[in-house]
Design a protein around this ligand. Structure first.
Ligand code: NAP
Length: 359
């Protein structure tokens, strides 16, 4: 992590909504020693409200930071949370109303939920891929009259696929895309999928996941111009599966392009990709947003999910395809790059581009 503070040399007070869940806990771990952000409040449902965090959360991984363990869980209420920056790991059944209320109350909301992602005036951001989409915020605040704002990150599988494809789309322009996912159980939150449903099993259905992937890919890889994002003009077909893996979504990709690349040109494009320049010095930015492996049996969740502290997407098996042009396999950490880590990096991008203002 880079430790230099952004312009103005200040730190920000932040809160976590949905702090007790799988993504909420990942926020707590990632923000424990963050150079710019201090977690000052945690909030969750009525079930948890008023309890010590340590009593409300069933902690899933590593050590719970002592400072957070002793905090009292607040209600998810914009009138009670004082921090100006709010990371939302809320269930989508409540995220819509709650996030709107927080933005109207002047908070910057960094959301993981699906509710606002496809709204025309809401940035759907993976910093290295489309940092420029943050410019939608001017329109959002003007049209909605909010003093705060909502910035969303993408569906976890869409994040992995979009990072693997961004360098190829930039150079060769995607035309047709087939995505087939194998998604970890932690993607379903906690307690998530019943063990008797998933052990030794593959479930070829994840509610609402396929349409999300198909829509979000086009917006993520779209172009910001003249106050709007024009979605990438490509056809996308997605099939999603839940598999008995703890962390890490694997995406098998087949694609054709307007300008057909050879496999070796594609590998070079992936290797050379540095992502948007605005991200190069952000604290959560991994040295390599993508790594390309030429080992024939990689990437694998067990071996590759922790690359770049969970922020690097690993791409392998890049080769010609007998039906479309290219095929490959991409893997990324769903609760880190695909959720909390992506959101933290979005907040860093807001801070480093001066958009948090006096928040
Ligand atoms: P989760 O483990 O089920 O956690 C849900 C959180 O929401 C809990 O803190 C819960 O609090 C809170 N909550 C539920 N109902 C609430 C209500 N009525 N009012 C206030 N808080 C409420 O889910 P998750 O996996 O962390 O996912 C959180 C969000 O991130 C979801 O929108 C999900 O789609 C998205 N997401 C998840 C992943 C992933 O890999 N898991 C990746 C990308 C995006 P209590 O503990 O008090 O009930």
């Amino acid at each position: 992590m880079t430790s230099g503070l952004p312009r103005g040399g200040r730190r920000w007070r932040v809160a976590i909504l949905g702090a007790t869940g799988a993504v909420g806990q990942t926020f707590i771990r990632l923000l424990a020693n963050h150079p710019w952000f201090d977690v000052v409040e945690v909030a969750a449902s009525e079930r948890s409200e008023g309890k010590r965090y340590a009593d409300a959360a069933r902690w899933l991984e590593g050590e719970m930071p002592q400072r957070i363990a002793g905090m009292t869980v607040l209600p998810t209420d914009a009138g009670r949370v004082t921090a100006p920056i709010v990371f939302s790991a809320l269930d989508s059944s409540v995220a819509g109303d709650v996030e709107r209320a927080f933005a109207a109350a002047g908070k910057f909301v960094l959301s993981n939920a699906k509710n606002f992602r496809m709204e025309d005036d809401v940035p759907l951001v993976i910093p290295e891929v489309n940092a420029g989409h943050l410019a939608l915020l001017d329109r959002q605040r003007r049209e909605r009259g909010w003093s705060g704002a909502i910035v969303t990150n993408a569906n976890c599988a869409a994040t992995v696929a979009a990072m693997a494809l961004a360098p190829l789309h930039e150079r060769f322009e995607l035309d047709t895309l087939f995505l087939m996912t194998m998604q970890a159980v932690s993607g379903a939150g906690y307690p998530g999928v019943a063990s008797l449903d998933i052990l030794g099993n593959v479930i070829p259905f994840i509610a609402d996941e396929e349409p999300k992937l198909e829509r979000e890919m086009c917006k993520l890889l779209g172009r910001f111009d003249d106050g709007a994002v024009t979605p990438a003009a490509m056809r996308v077909s997605a099939q999603t599966n839940r598999v008995a893996v703890e962390h890490g979504h694997t995406v098998c990709i087949a694609a054709s392009f307007r300008d057909r690349p050879t496999a070796s040109l594609a590998i070079n494009a992936l290797r050379e990709w540095k992502g948007a320049e605005e991200t190069w010095n952000l604290p959560s930015r991994p040295e390599f947003p993508l790594t390309v492996t030429e080992e024939v049996n990689r990437p694998q969740p067990r071996r590759d999910v922790a690359a770049g502290g969970g922020m690097t997407v690993t791409v392998g098996r890049v080769r010609d395809d007998p039906v479309l042009h290219l095929r490959m396999v991409a893997l990324g950490h769903n609760t880190i790059r695909g959720a909390a880590g992506g959101s933290v990096m979005n907040a860093e991008l807001l801070a480093s581009t001066g958009r948090l203002g006096a928040a």
